[in-house]
Design a protein around this ligand. Structure first.
Ligand code: NAG
Ligand code: NAG
Ligand code: NAG
Ligand code: NAG
Ligand code: NAG
Ligand code: NAG
Ligand code: NAG
Length: 821
């Protein structure tokens, strides 16, 4: 204890000095510019659609990251809805996209992530998504629910483009006569299929006015009207039972539905209606399915499922069983007999899901996945890792997932070293309407593209590249910005581990083994920034250490597993708690308490409080239960200057350890100047020992310069500080820049957002604005090297960084988003 008390005396004088400077100084207003930290993809892309007449007009919808437009000139996808604020977070998911076939400028988005939310809306644009009018929707949507992989539920009537129809999940078939502003129930539709999946596609016949095909994801769920919805018929001859020859092993998994359920459909120019089928809505859990085509002129059905008899190369044996279903489907605009379909959930392999191409309306197929895979892969279809690059050569190396040992089923690594998995959840596929040799398909993580699909006709491999640039769909879970080293940012994200961002503008390799399915906690050693620790859930049991946490002593180039995990964290943990490393980089403290970023995204299981956070001085060979702190708390940090010093704040008690986490001294919050119920992560200075800030919600920001013995509120009344971070100080300033998520003071002029203070909380200027909101920020992180910069971690739009816009006067406002949006 002695050491830190001495430092207290020194810091008190410094603090007075600092306050003196801050008072008269103020925070300069700057214009900001916003850019994505390039990860490239990173989430499930649920649909890709192309305009029937306008070249290169493509949209990609995603389950939790809304919709993007392809911008040929910029060679990337452009996000369209970054104006969505945190209060509307549920709108950051697209249930369906509809284009107006008669007017390429018109775009309709049906927005809403979860059925449990009633926050749903239609976004209506007359300029391809540059601007939108938004109208609340009178029914629930589920862009991140089961069945999100299926067809477009929303469609524009080509004969009366003011009219839209929407197949809903629970409310039946709806119709709008005023461009999605108001809706009425088409009660004539025979099967509302109100099972949470509902109606999964609406297809207007562009040749025959009044004829519309509608599919509900139930057995026999395919319907047609020829009188604009007055009357309906169940399409005669559609499958009403499973083909018993599919059920090779009656002792095995049986279909989950009584008959095939339509997933997607496409109407070809010759009147052929192609339909993919499965026994469950997907994208996971599908076991059986098939592909059929209905000749709408002759009323004849044909089973065109790819089989051993009609497919080349021949299916790999032993085939996976059950063989999965079908969902992904696209028909060429210029040739009604050119069609691709993709199997769904033929997993775990071998043989995994395949894309099939037919030139004869489905009579015969080429297995494109198999043709694209180098020989010897044993049925695990994949792209040679060299193909994991944008067309211009920029590598997207993380698609290898470092060939980690976990995720045997869905998802990521190919079990074959050297291959990036061909894909999973490949439910969005598009033959480019204007360029039929260009085929794109999406996976749970990216978009693959070829300009030479016709190579498959000659039994040779099309060449593939990644076409996901601009799509940033990750959920940020952890960020650090060390003072020095090769990268200003390390990130942990949902589903795809994390990254060291040596170049913020280019996708980086994934952090090395062990891989985590999420990376929830990161820290760096204040005086030895080459030491980094990280933790995350890992479904794999390693023989040689703890799969849920690792450390690096060379700034994240190589990683070593901790010898053991702490009690309460193991392969079944969904969240590893919080790991911190002291300033020297030798002492680690790890708590199993969760860092809860978003209660809507995370279910919280309270940790077992059999001990305080565990300490280790030998990289986890032994974990020591401390004295003086007896509960697991997630509000834990290490001082970045003074070694062996850790802080915790739990239920109104401030704790400090100066012996590397072996023991803690406790102070009642109210005896230190803190509110009695104070609870927040201690945000430590990267420059001064014992200097810490707390974001205490509606109580504002508290600050200490003496290790938490005395705290002072540094913000004016009415300030709400939900999160806080520190970054490099402004020129001529003595205190680091502070950033809060919340709002400073009570005035109407300070709406909720991200604010910067250059004078330790006395004055604040807004960083974000009404068009740069990204559905809200889970996390904010300052940069000790770049004044004004803040990394903004979103819940579905990846990581954005905001920089002071050089040479742009503040009065001009922030730089508009990409392409002026
Ligand atoms: C490749 O394309 C990406 C995405 O448009 C771009 O960010 C990058 O600068 C390009 N690289 C080169 C070498 O042109
Ligand atoms: C919609 O959500 C709001 C906020 O959660 C709630 O107050 C309201 O009752 C909900 N309305 C319906 C119809 O569920
Ligand atoms: C719409 O009409 C269908 C058929 O009558 C009915 O099943 C469904 O519940 C209705 N939807 C709403 C929201 O009332
Ligand atoms: C079902 O029968 C097949 C063929 O005899 C056999 O290979 C398979 O292991 C059996 N499955 C189960 C779950 O018993
Ligand atoms: C396929 O092979 C034929 C005959 O060798 C050739 O004429 C044709 O150009 C090839 N097509 C493609 C797309 O490579
Ligand atoms: C894993 O940890 C949980 C507590 O988080 C505990 O209930 C469970 O028994 C542990 N499992 C193993 C295999 O140790
Ligand atoms: C452990 O302590 C924390 C903080 O005091 C509390 O939130 C949590 O509920 C406790 N866990 C259990 C299992 O009681």
């Amino acid at each position: 204890m002695k050491g830190w008390l001495q430092r207290v005396a020194v810091r008190l004088t410094v603090a007075l000095h600092v306050t003196g400077v801050a008072a008269g100084a103020g925070t300069a207003k700057h214009a900001y510019q916003f850019n994505s930290v390039a990860i490239t993809g990173g989430g499930y892309i649920t649909g890709i659609v192309g305009h029937p007449t306008e070249k290169n007009l493509l949209y990609a919808r995603t389950d939790i990251g809304s919709t993007y437009r392809w911008e040929q000139q910029a060679n990337k996808w452009i996000p369209l809805t970054d104006f969505i604020g945190p209060e509307d977070e549920n709108l950051l998911g697209t249930e369906s996209v509809a284009m107006d076939p008669t007017d390429p400028n018109r775009l309709y988005l049906a927005q809403g992530r979860y059925l449990t939310s009633n926050q749903t809306a239609f976004f209506v644009s007359e300029d391809r998504g540059a601007t939108f009018d938004t109208y609340p929707a009178p029914f629930a949507m589920g862009a991140n629910e089961l069945g999100r992989n299926n067809g477009e539920r929303l469609a524009v009537n080509p004969f009366n483009p003011k009219e839209l129809w929407m197949g809903t999940r629970n409310a039946g078939l709806m119709k709008s006569g005023d461009r999605a502003q108001t809706w009425s129930n088409m009660t004539s539709f025979p099967d509302a299929a109100a099972n949470g999946i509902g109606i999964t596609f609406v297809i207007f016949d562009p040749e025959n006015e009044g004829t519309v095909y509608v599919g509900a994801c139930v057995p026999g769920g395919l319907y047609r009207t020829t009188d604009g919805g007055e009357t309906w018929e169940s399409l005669p001859g559609q499958p009403t039972e499973w083909d018993s020859s599919l059920l090779v092993y009656p002792n095995e998994t049986q279909p989950q539905s009584t008959a095939p359920q339509p997933m997607k459909a496409a109407l070809a120019s010759n009147g052929a209606l192609y339909v993919t089928y499965a026994d469950a809505p997907g994208p996971w859990g599908v076991s059986y399915g098939g592909v059929r085509v209905y000749n709408t002129i002759s009323s004849k059905w044909t089973d065109i499922t790819p089989t051993a008899d009609n497919t080349s190369p021949a299916p790999y044996t032993p085939q996976a069983f059950p063989a999965g279903g079908y969902c992904g489907l696209s028909v060429s605009m210029d040739d009604p007999n050119t069609v691709v379909v993709v199997s769904l959930d033929r997993d775990p392999g071998p043989a995994l899901d395949s894309m099939y191409l037919s030139r004869d309306g489905g009579r015969t197929w080429k297995d494109v996945s198999q043709l694209s895979t180098p020989p010897g892969s044993g049925g695990y279809w994949g792209h040679p890792i060299a193909e994991a690059a944008l067309a211009n050569g920029t590598r997207v190396d993380w698609l290898s997932f470092n060939w980690g040992p976990q995720w045997g089923g869905y998802g990521a690594p190919s079990p074959v070293k050297g291959l990036a998995k061909f894909g999973w959840w490949m439910t969005a596929v598009l033959i480019d309407p204007q360029n039929p040799d260009h085929v794109m398909y999406a996976t749970g993580a990216t978009i693959w593209s070829t300009d030479t699909i016709s190579h498959a006709d000659n039994d040779t491999a099309p060449s593939w590249y990644v076409q996901a640039q601009g799509i940033e769909e990750t959920v940020a879970l952890a960020m650090i910005s060390p003072r020095s080293g090769p990268a200003n940012l390390f990130s942990g994200v949902g589903d795809i581990n994390g990254f060291r961002h040596d170049d913020l503008g280019a996708p980086q390799p994934m952090l090395g083994l062990p891989l985590f399915s999420n990376l929830n906690t990161l820290d760096w050693a204040g005086q030895t920034p080459s030491v980094i620790v990280r933790g995350g859930p890992c479904g794999h049991e390693y023989e040689d250490g703890c799969g849920n946490a690792a450390y690096s002593t060379n700034t994240g180039t190589d990683w070593v597993k901790f010898a053991t995990c702490i009690p309460g964290v193991n392969t079944s943990s969904t969240n590893p708690g919080v790991i911190t490393v002291d300033a020297s980089g030798k002492h680690v403290v790890w708590t199993s308490a969760m860092n809860v970023l978003s209660p809507t995204l995370q279910a919280v299981t309270p940790p077992a409080n059999d001990s305080g956070p565990y300490a280790s001085h030998d990289w986890g060979k032994t974990w020591i239960s401390p004295r003086g702190l007896t509960v697991q708390t997630s509000h834990l940090s290490a001082d970045r200057i003074q070694p062996k010093t850790f802080y915790a704040l739990n239920e109104g008690v401030w704790y400090i350890s100066t012996d590397a986490g072996l023991s803690y001294k406790a102070y009642k919050a109210k005896d230190t100047g803190l509110p009695a119920d104070a609870a927040a992560d201690p945000i430590v200075s990267f420059e001064r020992a014992g200097e810490i800030w707390l974001a205490l919600g509606s109580k504002g920001v508290y600050h200490t310069t003496n290790f938490g013995r005395r705290w002072k509120c540094i913000t004016q009344k009415g300030t709400v500080a939900e999160r806080l971070t520190v970054g490099a100080k402004a020129p001529k300033k003595k205190t680091p820049a502070l950033f809060i998520r919340g709002h400073p003071g009570r005035s109407q002029k300070t709406p909720h957002g991200v604010y910067r203070s250059d004078d330790n909380g006395a004055s604040w200027e807004r960083v974000d604005d009404d068009s740069h909101r990204y559905g809200g920020f889970n996390l904010i992180q300052g940069d000790p090297r770049v004044h004004g910069r803040v990394y903004l971690g979103t819940g579905g739009r990846g990581i954005v960084y905001a920089d002071i816009a050089p040479g742009r006067p503040a009065k001009q406002g922030n730089v508009p988003g990409t392409m002026g949006i």
